[in-house]
Design a protein around this ligand. Structure first.
Ligand SMILES: *Cc1c(COP(=O)(O)O)cnc(C)c1O
Length: 468
C-alpha cells in the first residue's frame, strides 16, 4: 500500500488489497474508502436491490455456520468482513419482510424507506438538535406532521421519532406523570390499562415505579363502563394516565376511545393511546371509524416500522401539547447550552443522541404519496379478510373471532398446545412460513398478522393446506 502525501492510501498506485491495513497510517485507511472498499459498496448496492426484489427467496433461514469469525488483534479487511456478514450472519435471520412472515407484527419496508435508511447511516447526521441536524429535523417534522394529521391531532401537536413503541409509550407516560406532578404537587403512581394493553405498558410502569390498575372482568375492549369500574377503586389523583390501545397486538381490538376520552376529560386524566401496530389502519376508510376519539388523546404512539413500511427502528411519540413533553424530557447541562432552544427532537422523549430515523418515513411518503400508503394498507386488510374466508371454508379450521384490523385468530380443530408448537416449528424450518401460536382466553390458537402488501392469497392457501 502506498500512501499519498496527505496520509490517505493512494489507490491509483496500488492494486486493491483485501487484507489488513497496517502501519502508522492504519487509522487513515480505516476511515477513507479504498478502491477495494468502493467495490464492496457497489456490491452492497446490488445486493440490496436483489434482496428487495427477491424477498421471497430468503426463507428458510440458512443454518448457522459452526463458528463466526471473532475480532482479532489484526483486522481481515472490509471485503472479507462484508463477506462474513453477507454469508454467515444475514442469511440465518428470518426476515421480517418475507411475505409469509406472519407472526408477531412483521415489517415490510418500502424501497424508498430502505434507501433513506442506508443514506442516514452514511451521512453522519446527529439528529438530536436543529443546530446540527439541519433540514433533517425539518423533514422529520414534516413526517411527524403527516402522522399528527392522520390521527387528527391539532396543529400544535408534535413529538419525536424513537426506537420503538416501547420507548414511545414510556416517554409519553413519563411526560404525563411530569405534568400531573406539577399540577397536583405529588407523584402519581397508577397507570390504568385495559386487558389488551401491550406488554411494554407493564414494563413502562415497572421502570417508573408505578402500578398498573385494570379491571379483572374486562376481556375485550376497554370502554367507559370498565374504566368507571376501575375509577371507583382508586383515587383519580393517583393516576398517571389511562393507557388505551388502538389495535391490540394479540387480536387487533381497539378500545372504545371516544368513551374513554369522555371519562378522562371528566376526571382531568391524561389519555394515552397506543396505536403502535394499529395506527396504519387510520389510512383506510374501512377501519378509520373504529378509531373515533383518538384525536382527543393527550399522547399517541404509532410505529412506522410496523404498518407504515419503514425499516426497524422507527416509532413516533406524539403529544397534543408538546410543551409538556419538553418540560419533562429536555436535558440540561453546561455543555448542552450551545445547542440552543430550537425545535430539538431530543427534547420530546428519553434520548439525546439519535439517528434521523424519521427520514425513511419522510422519504417513503414523498416517493409514494398518501395514496400509495392507503392502497398498501387496504391491501393488508384485504389479505386478512381473504384469510378469514379461506379459514371459514376449511373443514379443519375455525375462526376464533372475525378478523380485527389485520389480525386473524383461528383454531385447528383437534389440536392442543403441543401440536401448534410442533407445526409452527416445522413451518419455519421447512421454509413455509413464520406463523406462531398465541393464547385467547387461555386457549392456544394460531395468529396471522398482515402488514406486508407483498403477501399473496396463494401464500395464505399454502399455509392453510399445510395445516390439514
Ligand atoms: C409492538 C407494540 C408495542 C411495542 O413496540 P416496539 O416497537 O416493539 O417497542 C407497543 N404497543 C403495541 C400495541 C404494539 O403492537
Amino acid at each position: 500500500m502506498v500512501f499519498a502525501h496527505d496520509g490517505r492510501p493512494d489507490d491509483r498506485a496500488t492494486a486493491p488489497s483485501t487484507t489488513v491495513r497496517p502501519g502508522p497510517n492504519a487509522a487513515a485507511a480505516m476511515f477513507s474508502p479504498t478502491v477495494a472498499d468502493r467495490q464492496v459498496l457497489r456490491e452492497i448496492a446490488s445486493w440490496v436491490a436483489d434482496r428487495l426484489a427477491y424477498r421471497d427467496d430468503t426463507m428458510p433461514p440458512r443454518r448457522r455456520a459452526p463458528q463466526l469469525p471473532v475480532p482479532q488483534e489484526h483486522g481481515i479487511g472490509v471485503q472479507a468482513a462484508w463477506a462474513a456478514l453477507r454469508d454467515q450472519v444475514l442469511p440465518t435471520a428470518v426476515p421480517a419482510d418475507h411475505p409469509r412472515y406472519l407472526a408477531f407484527v412483521p415489517g415490510a419496508p418500502s424501497v424508498a424507506a430502505v434507501l433513506a435508511d442506508l443514506a442516514v447511516s452514511a451521512s453522519g447526521i446527529y439528529a438530536g438538535s436543529e443546530l446540527e441536524g439541519g433540514a433533517a429535523v425539518e423533514a422529520e417534522r414534516s413526517a411527524l406532521r403527516w402522522l399528527s394529521d392522520l390521527i387528527g391531532l391539532p396543529a400544535q401537536a408534535h413529538g419525536a421519532f424513537v426506537s420503538g413503541g416501547s420507548m414511545a409509550n414510556l416517554s409519553a407516560l413519563v411526560a404525563a406523570r411530569h405534568l400531573r406532578r406539577r399540577l397536583a404537587g405529588h407523584r402519581p403512581h397508577l397507570i390504568v390499562a385495559g386487558a389488551g394493553a401491550h406488554s411494554s405498558i407493564i414494563s413502562a410502569a415497572e421502570i417508573m415505579g408505578c402500578d398498573v390498575a385494570s379491571d379483572a372482568d374486562q376481556h375485550g375492549r376497554l370502554d367507559a363502563l370498565a374504566l368507571r369500574r376501575i375509577l371507583r377503586t382508586v383515587d383519580p389523583g393517583d393516576i398517571v394516565a389511562v393507557a388505551a390501545t388502538a389495535g391490540a397486538t394479540n387480536d387487533g381490538a381497539i378500545d372504545a376511545l371516544g368513551e374513554l376520552a369522555d371519562v378522562c376529560a371528566e376526571h382531568e386524566i391524561w389519555l394515552h393511546v397506543d396505536a403502535a401496530y394499529g395506527g396504519g389502519a387510520l389510512l383506510s376508510d374501512r377501519t378509520r371509524p373504529q378509531f373515533a376519539g383518538i384525536e382527543r388523546a393527550n399522547s399517541v404512539t404509532i410505529d412506522p416500522h410496523k404498518w407504515l413500511f419503514t425499516p426497524f427502528d422507527c416509532a413516533a411519540v406524539l403529544y397534543r401539547d408538546p410543551e409538556v413533553a419538553r418540560a419533562a424530557h429536555t436535558q440540561t447541562a453546561s455543555y448542552l447550552e450551545p445547542v440552543g432552544a430550537g425545535d430539538n427532537p431530543s427534547d420530546y422523549a428519553i434520548h439525546l443522541t439519535r439517528r434521523a430515523r424519521g427520514l425513511p418515513l419522510w422519504l417513503s411518503l414523498l416517493a409514494n404519496g398518501t395514496a400509495g400508503y392507503r392502497d398498501a394498507v387496504d391491501r393488508c386488510l384485504d389479505l386478512a379478510a381473504d384469510a378469514g374466508r379461506l379459514i371459514t371454508r376449511a373443514d379443519h379450521l375455525q375462526l376464533v373471532v372475525d378478523p380485527q384490523l389485520s389480525v386473524v385468530l383461528f383454531r385447528r380443530l383437534g389440536w392442543r398446545a403441543a401440536d401448534y408448537a410442533r407445526w409452527s416449528q416445522h413451518a419455519i424450518s421447512s421454509g413455509l412460513a413464520l406463523v406462531t401460536p398465541t393464547k385467547v382466553v387461555g386457549e392456544t390458537v394460531l395468529r396471522l398478522c398482515f402488514v406486508n402488501p407483498l403477501t399473496t392469497r396463494t401464500d395464505i392457501e399454502r399455509i392453510i393446506a399445510d395445516l390439514s
